[in-house]
Ligand binder design. Structure first.
Ligand code: NDP
Length: 337
C-alpha cells in the first residue's frame, strides 16, 4: 500500500518536497478487522502542521470513503462502502467501529447505509465533516431567524457554500465573500445568495453596507483577519458570530502576538455573542446523523447544491491541497483515488 508522510515541517504554503509517498506492507487481517480500498479523499485546509493549535499531519488524518476489499467482520462484508478517518493512503486496515449506528466519532469508521441515490463522495464533504460543520455551526451557534441577514466568508468553499444555502432555507438574507468574480457569479446565480462580494477587489466596508443595509445579524467566519473585523463592526445588537476557521492567518508566525483590530466597543455595546467551534463537538450519535439526514433531504429536494471540486489521482493529492490553500476550489475539494 501507499501513503503520504510529511517529511519536513513547513510554514506557509507547503512544497512538494515536504511530502513523500512511501510504500508499506499491510499485515494479515485479524478477527474483527476489514481491509478498505480508498476511493475518495477529502482535501482540507487544516494542513499547517506547524500550527500549535492544529498539529495534524496528513499522513494520519483526513476523511475518506472506500470499499471493503477483505473482511473478518460480519457487519462489514466485502463490497460495503465505509467512511473513515484514515488519511492520505490508498489502502487501510480498520478495527475501530461505530457499532451499527450512523453516528460518528472521529477515528472510527461507519458504514454507508440507505444512500444509494446520493453519490458516495458527498460523505467526505457535504454529507460528512464539512457539511456537519456548516449545519451545526450555523444552526446552533448563529441560530438564524427568517428575515435576518447572515454573512459568510469563504463563501464558495466546502463549508461556506453550505452555510449560505442553509441560511437561505431558513429564510435569511445571505451575503457571501469569496475570492474571484467567477465564484461571486456562482454564488449569486446558482446557489441563490442575495449578494456575493469579491473580497480581493471590493471596498469591503462600503460593499457590505450596501449588501446588508439593515446590518448583519449572524456572521459565519471561515477566514478570520481584517475582513472579519469589517463584518463584526457592522453587526446588529445581539448579533451572533460562529468562528469556524481562520485560513487567512493559518500561516502567521505562532511566536508573534496576533494582530487585533479594536473590536471590543462593538462587541460590548451591540452585546454580540462570539463563539469558536470545532466540529468534533457534534461527532456523536445525536447530532451527526441528524445533520446528515437534513442535508440529504435538502439535496434531494434541490434546496442545496453540493458541488465537489474533483482532482483525479492519488498522486495529485499535493496539487489538490495547494489548490485549496490558494482558492482553486468551488465547493468541496476531493481527490478521486
Ligand atoms: P474551503 O473549501 O473554503 O477552501 C479554502 C478556501 O479559503 C479557498 O478556496 C479560498 O477561497 C479561501 N482562502 C484561502 N486563503 C484565504 C485568505 N487569505 N483569505 C480569505 N480566504 C482565503 O475550505 P473548507 O470549507 O474546508 O474550510 C473553510 C474554513 O473552515 C477553513 O478555515 C477551515 O480550516 C475551517 N474549518 C473548520 C472546522 C472546525 O471544526 N472548526 C471544520 C472544517 C473547516 P477564495 O477564493 O474565496 O479565497
Amino acid at each position: 500500500a501507499k501513503k503520504y508522510v510529511v517529511k519536513n515541517h513547513f510554514r506557509g504554503l507547503p512544497k512538494r518536497e515536504d511530502f513523500e509517498v512511501v510504500e508499506f506492507d499491510l499485515p494479515p487481517l485479524e478477527n474483527g478487522e476489514i481491509l478498505v480500498k480508498t476511493e475518495w479523499i477529502s482535501v482540507d485546509p487544516y494542513v499547517q502542521v506547524h500550527n500549535p493549535f492544529h498539529p495534524v499531519p496528513y499522513d494520519q488524518h483526513s476523511f475518506q470513503v472506500g470499499t471493503v476489499q477483505d473482511s473478518k467482520n460480519p457487519n462489514y462484508p466485502i463490497g460495503s462502502k465505509v467512511v473513515s478517518y484514515k488519511g492520505w493512503c490508498d489502502y487501510s486496515i480498520i478495527d475501530n467501529f461505530e457499532n451499527g449506528t450512523d453516528g460518528f466519532d472521529f477515528g472510527r469508521v461507519y458504514k454507508l447505509q440507505d444512500v444509494k441515490d446520493l453519490p458516495v463522495e458527498l460523505f467526505v464533504g457535504t454529507l460528512g465533516m464539512t457539511g456537519v460543520t456548516a449545519y451545526c455551526g450555523l444552526l446552533e451557534i448563529c441560530q438564524p431567524r427568517a428575515g435576518e441577514t447572515v454573512v459568510v466568508t469563504g463563501a464558495a468553499g466546502a463549508v461556506g457554500s453550505i452555510v449560505g444555502q442553509i441560511a437561505k432555507v431558513k429564510g435569511c438574507r445571505v451575503v457571501g465573500f469569496a475570492g474571484s468574480d467567477e465564484k461571486v457569479q456562482w454564488l449569486e446565480n446558482e446557489l441563490g445568495f442575495d449578494k456575493a462580494i469579491n473580497y480581493k477587489t471590493a471596498d469591503l466596508r462600503k460593499s457590505l453596507k450596501k449588501a446588508a443595509p439593515n446590518g448583519v445579524d449572524c456572521y459565519f467566519d471561515n477566514v478570520g483577519g481584517e475582513i472579519s473585523s469589517v463584518i463584526i463592526a457592522q453587526m446588529n445588537k445581539y448579533g451572533r458570530v460562529a468562528v469556524c476557521g481562520s485560513i487567512s492567518a493559518y500561516n502567521d508566525d505562532p511566536e508573534k502576538l496576533p494582530k487585533a483590530t479594536i473590536l471590543q466597543p462593538y462587541i460590548i455595546f451591540n452585546e454580540l455573542r462570539i463563539e469558536g467551534l470545532t466540529v468534533n463537538r457534534w461527532s456523536n450519535p445525536d447530532r451527526w446523523p441528524k445533520a446528515i439526514a437534513d442535508l440529504s433531504e435538502w439535496i434531494r429536494g434541490g434546496k442545496i447544491q453540493a458541488r465537489n471540486h474533483v482532482t483525479e489521482g492519488f498522486d495529485k493529492l499535493f496539487d489538490a491541497l495547494i489548490g485549496v490553500l490558494t482558492g482553486d476550489n468551488f465547493g468541496k475539494a476531493v481527490v478521486k483515488v
